[in-house]
Design a protein around this ligand. Sequence first.
Ligand SMILES: [Cu+2]
Length: 86
Amino acid sequence: MITFQVDDMTCGHCASTITKAVKATDPDARIQIDLAAHRVQVEPVSADADALATALTGAGYTPVRVETAQSRAPAASGGCCCGPRG
Ligand SMILES: [Cu+2]
């Protein structure tokens, strides 16, 4: 299960757009959306977390990967939101 925090997902239309974006990337994926918490949970079949994040970004949203409670990695590889951008 891969969880994303998507703070700019604010209504049912956003949720359906995100569902379509995930399905376009991984047609057999299972998706659970919690609008109130702005969370998207995906149980992928063929896509990985990066592909799913790319799909959500491409749909116009800002997904932030949420690590599950069992493994709290202190430092994630790759970029984060803290740095200034161009
Ligand atoms: Cu919306």
